[in-house]
Design a binder for this molecule. Structure first.
Ligand code: 2PG
Length: 233
């Protein structure tokens, strides 16, 4: 039975400062690293073993994955996590000639498709001040509705349109082969994925809040059919 483990990154320094973050590449806070450590221990205590990992290109998701996979490293089943960069930069080619060894290494695939929702003109602004300026209702609509776009940014629908094809082709492929997969990503890229997994309608998604650093486990049977969901609080 394969497991799909979704992990919203630990608290970032801009989560702590209550700022819209989006694609701004802000690292974890001390609390965020502690949350990823706790997630790692919970997964270890429940006997989970990870075989493949996916992250976005943003450091807060990569850091969360690395802390989660290395703090209680039993969850890697004796393998070493290795990031599989896939850069279009021609200077990169040649650095990555190492073919890898699936028996000894746990691949971490990084993908732009899993990045946080692009928050456009709101990025860097304080959330409370923005709500005062534009009104609580408008800002809540920008943050939590399905189809409303924040100024210059992506709606959740836009985010879902890039997340779901990647999820279906790349991530679910491993799950269907019976592998346990960790996806360390963001509040909105994971909400898009959960909409798909839980069959949520657009009017059901505003109520979906994800805590930082709390693993959400989906169990699949050998035919790739979804059986149950557990939140490791
Ligand atoms: O700022 C962001 O990028 C996100 C996640 O922290 O915020 P929100 O909860 O408003 O979608």
């Amino acid at each position: 039975m394969a497991k799909l483990i979704l992990l919203r990154h630990g608290q970032s320094l801009w989560n702590a400062a209550n700022k819209f973050t989006g694609w701004v590449d802000v690292p974890l806070s001390e609390r965020g690293r502690a949350e990823a450590t706790v997630a790692s221990c919970k997964l270890r205590d429940q006997g989970y073993k990870i075989e493949v990992c996916f992250t976005s290109l943003l450091i807060r998701s990569i850091e969360s994955a690395i802390v989660c996979l290395t703090e209680c490293d039993e969850i890697c089943g004796g393998k070493i996590p290795v990031i599989q960069h896939n850069s279009d930069d021609p200077d990169w080619h040649g650095w990555d000639k190492y073919a890898g060894n699936f028996y000894q290494e746990l691949p971490i695939f990084t993908a732009q498709a899993l990045d946080e929702r692009y928050y456009g003109d709101l990025q860097g602004l304080n959330k409370a001040e923005t709500a005062k300026k534009f009104g609580e209702e408008k800002v809540h609509e920008w943050r939590r509705s399905y189809s409303s776009r924040p100024p210059g940014g992506e709606s959740l629908e836009d985010t879902k349109n890039r997340v779901v094809p990647y999820f279906q082709t790349r991530i679910l492929d491993h799950v269907k082969r019976g592998r346990n997969v960790l996806v360390a990503a963001h509040g909105n890229s994971l909400r898009a994925m959960i909409m798909e997994l839980d069959n949520l309608k657009p009017d059901e998604v505003p109520g979906l809040e994800l805590a930082t650093g709390v693993p959400i486990i989906y169990d699949f049977d050998d035919q790739g059919k979804l059986l149950e969901k557990t939140i490791l609080t």
